[in-house]
Design a protein around this ligand. Sequence first.
Ligand SMILES: [Zn+2]
Length: 224
Amino acid sequence: MSTEPVPYRVRISNRARHVNLRLTVQEGLVVVIPRGFDLKHIPSILQKRKQWILAGLGRLAVQTPLGSCPLPEQLVLPLLGTWTVVYGERGEKPNQLLIPTTERAPSIAHLKSWLAHQGRLHLIPRLQQISHATGLTFTQATVRGQKTRWGSCSRQHHISLNYQLLFLTSDLVHYVLVHELCHTHEMNHSPRFWSLVASYLPDHQDYKARLRQSIHLIPGWLHD
Ligand SMILES: [Zn+2]
């Protein structure tokens, strides 16, 4: 048997009465302890449960698809700040996103719908502000998780924004919002369109280049 210490995480639970060990694909070994429990007892508990832990980790390794991206422990969202993600807990806490499950697929679904909700709260008011400031009007705005674009604008001037914008810095978000609003006047990427964009953002070429590079800021689990 391996003598390597198994990495683990500690989670303090208000409801736990005893120490509980949990093994999940997302997090590996989690030691759930009651509030006030002395952390120095954990290594001896793990030693006693070693057989169970190693057998469980072996089973998980088989279940984990190769290359699957780990679920986030933190979301760094420039417009909203940093959020800690806690799995397997319900409720609400400031700057903590509590996901009521530890299963991968439902966790990702929950994260995506939370991002869409935050997108509605934070992106649409910005779009409205820029619309007021520029006089470029839209009829409707929605936030979704498109695979390939940051935003779009229909002939009916319905603007659709990608919640993945929340992972970008606010100046890049601003560029995308201006870009989509300019499509309410020019439904293409003609020179006339770009000169309209340039009238609001003279350095829009820089933004275009930075936006292309920002794709690496989008976490891999979003592509599940
Ligand atoms: Zn465009």
